[in-house]
Design a protein around this ligand. Structure first.
Ligand code: AMP
Ligand code: ZN
Length: 458
């Protein structure tokens, strides 16, 4: 198996430190709002990688954290007048459901920063004791000049960079590139007791501490979007390596390219931010997943109506081939073709793997003998499972596609849900159930949660 390592800038053979325990850490979301479609890209990419690794190795431990301490969370909580926990629990749950709808399996561990403060504080204490960090005005900072390899991942020469930059440097910093490990909290801000007073951790230290706590000092694979290379991952390396007496932190660094909308960068100022939660109301999760792996993970990917439409048609074709084989029992002991696996093991080459899958669909349509049909069906299902596609019954896929075509629009659904809310208020449970069942028959799933009624297209 080969993976492109950002650290060396080339594709390398993947050899785990311990083949009986392969470890992977991926930086997860900051939960203060809904995830956008760009945030879903690393989730799908590393879900595929975890599946491919699990096929080869008996024990893969995949960790993706939840950042539940952050100033954006504090701002959102303040705005609603609630505890940060209300915000983080709400958006962590929505994130989980949205990513599950894209076929992403749960990582083995989903740690939250608030559950790991003792480890974070202990790691900062180690860095201070070993002279890699210092306390200044209630802050603790990592001293980047104390780590000779600082800048190696991103290829930045931090000193030269900072010397030329006209940035305002906080007066308590020894060096412009030094970054915060711990900062003081005002009385009205969330805070935790520490040797440096009541405060909260900086962003970077949380990943170093949680990776250590759950996976150990040296991990095999570390992933995230390429925007995280600097400063986040550069800082994670500096902290972990210095806290662990110079031991390698992560052996393979993988970074996905960005997702653009209609060839434009997604941004609030352009107003083209697409939320997964909204997209799922009209586009099946499997279609979204396929769009996200149509290109190679390191390349940019463009989201537009055309690729969404093409992905729907591609799934029609694949499920169409499987529908023709509905009465065929898949051959026992037959898995995905070698070429399909080889493509995925060659730096997760999903475009090539998908080409192999379409080849199988073509072969299925031409297959004559019962043996051949049984073999192809087994190959298609196993290949699909490895990349998280084709796990529905073909009939269900086509029912879903048809339902999506004549399902009621959002306005009509909202109006019916308002009627249902009235019925529930008046304890007319039969009427409430009737509206819910009618919507389900028309392809809309309604769920009752503590935040009220939630709906999505089936
Ligand atoms: P954030 O919550 O902003 O830290 O982002 C969570 C993950 O989504 C990180 O791995 C980011 O690198 C990734 N990400 C953010 N925006 C995009 C985008 N437009 N395309 C691909 N990945 C993205
Ligand atoms: Zn991280």
């Amino acid at each position: 198996m080969h993976l492109h390592n950002t650290l060396s800038g080339r594709k390398e053979e993947f050899v785990p430190l311990d083949p009986n325990r392969v470890t992977m850490y991926v930086c997860g979301p900051t939960v203060y709002s809904y995830a956008h479609i760009g945030n879903a890209r690393p989730v799908v990419v590393f879900d595929v990688l975890s599946r491919v690794l699990r096929r080869r190795y008996p024990n893969v431990v995949y960790v993706r954290n939840i950042t539940d301490i952050d100033d954006k969370i504090n701002a959102a909580a303040k705005k609603e007048g609630v505890d940060i926990r209300v915000i983080t629990d709400r958006y962590a749950a929505i994130y989980h459901d949205d990513m599950a709808a894209l076929g992403a399996r749960d990582p083995d561990h989903v740690p939250r920063v608030t559950e790991h403060l003792p480890e974070i504080i202990a790691m900062i204490e180690k860095l201070v004791a070993s002279g890699h960090a210092y306390e200044a005005q209630g802050h603790v900072l990592f001293h980047t000049l104390s780590y000779a390899d600082y800048g190696k991942l991103s290829g930045r020469d931090e000193q030269a960079l900072m010397a030329g930059a006209r940035v305002e440097v906080a007066p308590y910093k020894k060096h412009a590139g030094d970054f915060v490990l711990w900062k003081p909290s005002a009385d009205d801000q969330p805070g935790w007791d520490s040797p440096w007073g009541r405060g909260r951790p900086g962003w970077h230290i949380e990943c170093s501490a949680m990776a250590d706590a759950l996976l150990g000092e040296t991990i095999d694979i570390h992933g995230g979007g390429h925007d995280l290379i600097f400063p986040h991952h550069e800082n994670e390396i500096a902290q972990s390596t210095c806290a662990h007496g110079g031991k390698t932190f992560a052996r393979y660094w993988l970074h996905n390219g960005f997702l653009n909308i209609d060839s434009q960068k997604m941004s609030k100022s352009v107003g083209n931010v697409l939320l997964v939660h909204e997209l799922l109301k009209t586009i099946p999760g499997e279609v979204i997943r396929l769009v996200l792996m149509t290109g190679h993970y390191r390349q940019p990917v463009d989201w537009n109506d055309e690729v969404v439409g093409e992905s729907r048609k591609k799934l029609d074709r694949l499920y169409g081939a499987l529908r023709e084989l509905a009465d065929v029992e898949p051959a026992a002991g037959v898995g995905a073709p070698d070429a399909f696996i080889a493509a995925l093991e060659d730096d997760i080459n999903t475009p090539m793997a998908l080409a192999e899958l379409f080849e199988l669909a073509r072969a299925a349509n031409k297959a004559q003998s019962a043996d051949e049909k049984a073999r192809i069906k087994a190959q298609m299902l196993d290949a699909g499972q490895l990349i998280g596609l084709l796990q529905m019954q073909p009939a269900d896929w086509f029912a879903l596609a048809t339902a999506a075509a004549d399902a009621p629009g959002a306005d009509e659904i909202e109006a019916l849900l308002a009627q249902r809310a009235d019925a529930r208020q008046n304890k007319q449970w039969a009427e409430s159930d009737r509206i819910r069942d009618d919507l389900k028959a028309r392809g809309v799933l309604v769920e009752d949660s503590k935040d009220g009624q939630r709906w999505r297209y089936l």
